[in-house]
Design a protein around this ligand. Structure first.
Ligand code: PLP
Length: 384
């Protein structure tokens, strides 16, 4: 079995990171920035902002869309616009921004365990966490795998709760040919440099109720209604023209980027499929995926190797995989004491999960080499 342990593999010359930002052609960016400079209009709902907004409405098939300077503040403002308060049921297996956006609004995040097959919030465990104070469910489409929107929304309807999806990972994902942002009351997307579609920093909200448009506008622009009236306490969460310009250019190449990543994921799956104790997430037929991330799970009981050991071994080869999501949000010092119920599935997964490098500019040959290195590391562990 152990055919790979004696292969002599040299480390990568340059570090291989888990991701690299998609960049537009520099000449195209220069052309756009020249246009912006000549307009002498850098922010406050300029021309590029308008263009990107329309393009995204088309792409996400949602007429209610608001652009933001980043995804976290989009979520923060979205929570305020929906008048959510008290307690919100969410997942501990997410990026810090998800529960923080609740806490910043004096809302208590109540952490619900996750499903093993999708790593998303487990709808069957939501109802037991609902109290008189619960006002919403904040679910995350983790790594671009869509949540069970039907079950989640059925529970929400029954108990009169709002539903927000943190779709920061899920730009470009469709369920039954419906763009993922069309579920629930509201979805947030992040356009951070590390996401599948980026504006350097940025984000957006899409939402069901058109009546929210005015409030969202006020909330993200200091509450300024007009020159004479400040209607509410708002922040500054506007997207600027340079961000929008990068977005317009990156949107043109998004489907190509997704296709490249899809091909690389196929290589990973083919090469790593026979390793004992190493597994992937499943895919379902009615979903169009965006191939944002390539997570693997390492079960030490079978592989003889822990996730942390594989992570450290890979570093020796100049490969920087990432432990997403570890630590779990309910283990952060700021949330630890508020947790009543344990989340055992999330605990287990967060110790097993590793995100492998995946981005369009990564070469097929490099993915093959990464796989050979993984095979030699796991073979060595088996030998022990
Ligand atoms: C990236 C991310 C965010 C925050 O987005 P920013 O644009 O970086 O503020 C929120 N939630 C999840 C799950 C993310 O991965």
């Amino acid at each position: 079995m152990a055919r790979y342990r004696d292969i002599n593999l040299k480390p990568f010359k340059n570090p291989v990171f888990v991701s690299r930002p998609t960049l537009p052609k520099h000449e195209e960016f220069c052309k756009k920035s020249k246009e912006i400079f000549e307009s002498e209009w850098l922010t406050n709902f300029g021309k590029q902002h308008g263009i990107l907004k329309n393009k995204l409405k088309n792409y996400l098939e949602n007429r209610n869309l608001s652009l933001f300077c980043n995804g976290t503040i989009a979520l923060d403002v979205g929570i305020k616009a929906l008048d959510i308060s008290g307690e919100v049921i969410t997942t501990p297996f997410t990026f810090a921004a998800t529960p923080h956006a609740l806490s910043l609004n004096n809302i208590k995040p109540v952490f619900c365990d996750i499903e093993e097959k999708t790593l998303n919030i487990d709808p069957d465990k939501i109802e037991s966490l609902i109290t008189k104070k619960t006002s919403a469910i904040l679910a995350v489409h983790v790594f671009g795998n869509p949540c069970d929107t039907k079950k989640i929304e059925k529970i929400a309807k029954k108990h009169g709760l709002k539903v927000i999806y943190d779709a920061a990972h899920a730009f470009g994902v469709k369920i039954d040919n419906i763009p993922v942002g069309n579920f629930g009351d509201m979805s947030i997307f992040s356009f951070h440099a590390t996401k599948i579609f980026n504006t350097a920093e940025g984000g957006c909200l899409v939402y069901k109720n058109s009546n929210l448009s005015e409030k969202l506008y006020l909330l993200k622009n200091f509450g300024i209604k007009n020159e004479d009236e400040i209607e509410l306490v708002g922040t500054n969460a506007k997207m600027n023209e340079i961000q929008a310009a990068i977005g317009i250019l990156n949107l043109k190449t998004l489907e190509k980027e997704i296709a490249k990543r899809r091909k690389l994921e196929e290589i990973y799956k083919k090469e790593l499929s026979k390793i004992n104790g190493l597994s992937f997430l499943g895919k379902v037929a009615n979903v169009k995926y965006n191939y944002s991330y390539f997570p693997i799970l390492i079960d030490k009981m079978i592989s003889g190797l822990s996730r942390d050991e594989l992570y450290s071994e890979l570093k020796k080869y100049n490969i920087f995989a990432r432990k997403y999501f570890y630590p779990l949000c309910n283990n952060f010092s700021c949330y630890k004491n508020s947790q009543a119920k344990k989340t055992p599935v999330a605990e287990k997964i967060s110790k097993q999960v590793l995100i492998m490098p995946l981005y369009g500019r990564l070469k097929s040959a490099d993915v093959k080499k990464i796989c050979l290195i993984v095979k030699s590391i796991t073979d060595n562990a088996e030998k022990k």
